[in-house]
Structures are given as structure tokens and as C-alpha cells.
Design a binder for this molecule. Structure first.
Ligand code: G3I
Length: 377
């Protein structure tokens, strides 16, 4: 008969404890990622990802996404899902994409992107509901009264924001409303409805999807100047009137030849101080070709500066690159002899700008109050 010796039991439990501690240690060592040193001497984990490091700071790291490579290029899809926690459909939610023929709606391409995001626990920025560009031909070449155009816009917003209700964390409700001098851009919507089209659009979008944060989005508003001053005055007045505006998107299409925007961080901060989220929505940094090591380094410094500014502004809750690979960048098609604007090259190899962005997240310039954004991770 076995005696029940308390001493035995303590030896056994000590042995068990040691075994499990050793086991835990082994697991911890296996999980401990090796460290890699980067140019500025700081270190980040070799296995670190943009989305993982962003999560530590409460910053969603996004990329624009294109439907065709998402369906057909496994490498593109794999890196997207691994490195990013948010996507923005690059073209598939634009009016011309979803309603080529009046009254015939096709959300299939955008739906596939939303499904990808859900499968990979990513958020989706909706882009966009109101713009002067990429409108269907039946709309731009039709003859409609102002009242009909108002109805068409309301119906479009209610239908699209309603279709994606619950799937979108931020909607670019009105895209690029300003000229560079700060006057409102003359568009089909300004001409038909007047300046109130912006407040109307925000109210309609809010009715269709009350939980989405509603944004105005524009380019060349990163620095302080007439255009960002105009955006600032507009959103301040919208807030004062109780219009449902939740944030401002700074597209941040930079060109290395132009230098860094003037007072980028201070500019974002003044919008944040109005009680708005601020987002870097379409970041890229193009260069005049050919690519040189010096330009790649300048580009890496530029991405780092943008990320540092976002980290320093607590209401900067997401930063999206406008495609992550040079293979799919819009730049060469729009700017002659310019390109290489993204953080991965055409063969999906990470560039110095990838590492500087990751490093800026891993070794943040300042502490942030962590704000949980409901990331599925
Ligand atoms: O879909 C047609 C295809 O049927 C046709 O065969 C082909 C021939 O050119 O064109 C295809 O459309 C292209 C579309 O992208 C979809 O790929 C257009 O030509 C092309 O002009 C369009 O470019 C997009 C551009 O917006 C339109 O202004 C870019 O991909 C997209 O990156 C860019 O994104 C904008 C943001 O929405 C707003 N901020 C600026 C940013 C850069 O311009």
C-alpha cells in the first residue's frame, strides 16, 4: 500500500513546478524573436510587423488595396494580411466602380475586399462617397436639374453607406473639396447644391451608418498654409453646428523633391485639438527616377518623419500607405519619370522605408495614451 507522504508530494510538486517552469522558459525562448539592428542604431524584433507594432501604440497601419491583385497574386495578399491591420479600397468603392449603369449596382469587388479584411481581422476605411472624380459617365454627361442631382447624391450616399453599414470604421465622406488656395473646388456638387453639400453629405452618411467615423479628406493639407487653414475653418464650423464630422484625412502624397511639409505635426495637432481624429490616409513619397541609395535613404527618413508625427499626436489613430508595393503604385501613371514611392519594391522586397517605418513604431518618439480601436486582434 502506498503511503501518502506529504514530503513526497512536495518533491513531486517541486519537480512538476521545475518541469513546467523549464517548459515555459523553452516556449518563451522559442517565441523570443531575434533582434535586428537598424541604420540609426535602434533595434526592432526581426519578426515584428507593422500591424503588431502599431497595435502597441493604438495606431492602425493600413494599405490601399486593389481587387485584381488581391484575387490573383498570393504574395500581395499574404503581405497585406501579415503587415497591415486596415485596408482602403483604392478604386472599388468609388461611384464609377459601383454604378457603371444608372440603377445597376455592383458591389462585388468591394465586397471581396471587405471579406478579406474580415478574414484577416482588419478594419476597412471607406473611400469615398462624394468626389468630383471617377464619377459614372451617365452622371457627368447627363442633363439633370439641381434638385435631381441633390436627390442622386443623397440616394448614392444612403445606398452605399447603407450597403457597408457596420463594415467601415472611417468613411471619406467628402474627398478633396478644396483648391490649393483654400477656396472650395468647383464641382458638380458645389455647383448644384452650394457649399452646404458637405454638411448634407455628412448628415446623410451618418443616417446610413451611425457608427462609422465620418471624414473629410484632402491632399496638400499636411503643412500649415491656405488650404489646411480653409479645412480647419470648415471643420471647426461644422463641429460648432453639430454636423457629424469625426475626423480629417491628410492624404500625404509627398515628393522627395519638395521637402517635408511645413509643421506637419503641429498642423495635425490643431485639428486633433478640435476633438477630431486625424488620419494619414494615402501616404507615399515619390522620387525622380532613377532610384539611388541616397534617394532610398531620404525616402526612409521621410516615412519615419510622417510616422513620428502620427505617433506624437494621440488622435492620429491610423496611417495608411497608398499601396504598399511599387508594383501597384499609381505614381508612374500620373507623374512622368517619377515613382518608387512605396515601402516595398516591385518584387515585394521591403525597402529602407519599410524598416524606418517599423522602427518608428517600435521605438516611438513619445509616449501615447493607448486608445483601443476595436481591432479584432
Ligand atoms: O478600370 C479602368 C479599366 O477598365 C481601363 O481598362 C483602364 C485603362 O486606363 O483604366 C481603368 O481605370 C483606372 C482606375 O484607376 C482603376 O484602375 C483609371 O484609368 C485610373 O485613372 C484610376 O486611377 C486611380 C485614381 O485615383 C483616379 O483618379 C488610381 O488607381 C488611384 O490610386 C487614385 O487614387 C486617388 C484617391 O482616390 C484620392 N486621392 C488621390 C489618389 C491618387 O490620385
Amino acid at each position: 500500500m502506498r503511503t501518502h507522504d506529504p514530503a513526497d508530494r512536495s518533491v513531486t510538486s517541486r519537480r512538476r513546478w521545475l518541469l513546467s517552469a523549464a517548459g515555459l522558459l523553452a516556449v518563451a525562448v522559442a517565441l523570443l524573436p531575434a533582434q535586428a539592428a537598424f541604420a540609426n542604431g535602434s533595434r526592432v524584433d526581426r519578426d515584428a510587423t507593422l500591424r503588431g507594432e502599431g497595435r502597441e501604440l493604438g495606431i492602425q497601419i493600413g494599405s490601399a488595396v486593389a481587387a485584381t491583385p488581391l484575387a490573383g497574386n498570393a504574395t500581395y495578399a499574404q503581405i497585406l494580411g501579415q503587415q497591415f491591420s486596415s485596408i482602403t479600397p483604392e478604386n472599388e468603392m468609388k461611384w464609377a466602380s459601383i454604378e457603371k449603369t444608372q440603377g445597376v449596382l455592383d458591389f462585388s469587388a468591394a465586397d471581396a475586399e471587405v471579406a478579406f479584411a474580415e478574414q484577416h481581422h482588419m478594419l476597412v476605411r471607406g473611400h469615398n462617397l462624394v468626389w468630383h472624380s471617377q464619377l459614372p459617365a451617365w452622371l457627368t454627361s447627363g442633363t439633370f436639374t439641381n434638385a435631381q442631382l441633390t436627390d442622386l447624391l443623397r440616394q448614392h450616399i444612403m445606398t452605399e453607406a447603407g450597403h457597408f453599414r457596420g463594415d467601415i470604421f472611417q468613411w471619406d465622406v467628402v474627398n478633396e473639396p478644396f483648391n490649393d488656395d483654400g477656396t472650395l473646388r468647383s464641382t458638380i456638387w458645389l455647383n448644384a447644391i452650394g457649399p452646404s453639400y458637405i454638411a448634407d453629405a455628412l448628415r446623410w452618411a451618418h443616417r446610413a451608418d451611425p457608427r462609422a467615423k465620418l471624414f473629410l479628406n484632402d491632399f496638400n493639407i499636411e503643412g500649415i498654409g491656405p488650404k489646411s487653414d480653409a479645412m480647419f475653418a470648415l471643420v471647426k464650423s461644422l463641429k460648432a453646428q453639430g454636423v457629424p464630422i469625426g475626423g480629417v484625412g491628410f492624404e500625404t502624397h509627398l515628393g522627395l523633391q519638395f521637402g517635408f511639409p511645413n509643421q506637419f505635426q503641429a498642423n495635425m495637432q490643431r485639428f486633433a485639438d478640435l476633438g477630431l481624429d486625424v488620419s494619414v490616409t494615402e501616404l507615399d513619397a515619390r522620387m525622380i527616377l532613377p532610384v539611388t541609395p541616397a534617394l532610398l535613404q531620404q525616402q526612409a527618413d521621410t516615412y519615419r518623419q510622417v510616422m513620428n508625427a502620427c505617433v506624437a499626436v494621440t488622435r492620429c489613430v491610423d496611417l495608411t500607405v497608398w499601396e504598399y508595393t511599387d508594383k501597384l503604385s499609381w505614381i508612374p501613371g500620373f507623374f512622368k519619370n517619377q515613382g518608387a514611392a512605396d515601402i516595398y519594391d516591385e518584387n515585394f522586397a521591403p525597402k529602407p522605408a519599410f524598416f524606418s517605418t517599423l522602427d518608428a513604431l517600435s521605438n516611438p518618439v513619445s509616449k501615447r495614451h493607448h486608445r483601443s480601436r476595436g481591432d479584432g486582434d
